[in-house]
Ligand binder design. Structure first.
Ligand SMILES: [Cu+2]
Length: 144
C-alpha cells in the first residue's frame, strides 16, 4: 500500500515535469483586428505551446522577412523552434514538424479555410499544409 502511494506520487511528479517541458515557445505575429488568430493561439496553448502575440499592422513586411510567398500566405505568421509556421496549422502537425526536424524553412496552411483551428465550421475536404522554402510548385507536407 505504502509503495503504491510512493509510486503514484512519483508518477504525478513525472507527469508535471513533462507538462512543463512540453511548453514550446511560439512568437505569433498578427494583425490585432483579426479574431481567428486569438482562437488559434488558444488552440496552441491548449496543446502545450506557450504563445507570445506580437501585434503589427504591417503583416506584409513580416511575410517578406520570413520568406512566405504570396500564394502560401495565411492570416498570421509564427516562429516555433526555428521554423516558420504560417497560418492555421494544427498543433499536431506543428509537433510533427518539430519531431521530424526536416531541413525546411517551415510549413503553411494558406488562407483562412473553414474548419481549420481558429475557424468555425466543418471542413468540406481535407486541408493541405505545404512546405515553405522549397522552390517551384508548393509541396504538401501533410493533409488533415
Ligand atoms: Cu487570424
Amino acid at each position: 500500500m505504502r509503495n503504491a502511494r510512493i509510486l503514484i506520487s512519483a508518477l504525478a511528479f513525472a507527469v508535471s515535469l513533462s507538462a512543463l517541458a512540453a511548453d514550446i515557445p511560439v512568437k505569433l505575429y498578427r494583425n490585432p483586428n483579426c479574431g481567428c488568430c486569438d482562437l488559434y493561439a488558444e488552440h496552441l496553448e491548449a496543446n502545450g505551446f506557450d504563445v507570445t502575440l506580437i501585434d503589427t499592422f504591417d503583416m506584409a513586411s513580416i511575410k517578406h522577412r520570413f520568406g512566405v510567398p504570396e500564394k502560401l500566405e495565411g492570416c498570421h505568421t509564427a516562429t516555433i523552434g526555428g521554423y516558420v509556421v504560417e497560418g492555421l496549422v494544427p498543433a499536431s502537425l506543428v509537433k510533427r514538424l518539430l519531431d521530424e526536424r526536416r531541413p525546411v524553412k517551415g510549413i503553411s496552411l494558406p488562407g483562412m479555410p473553414v474548419g481549420a483551428p481558429g475557424m468555425p465550421g466543418d471542413k468540406r475536404a481535407p486541408l493541405e499544409v505545404y512546405y515553405l522554402g522549397k522552390q517551384g510548385k508548393p509541396e504538401v507536407f501533410a493533409a488533415f
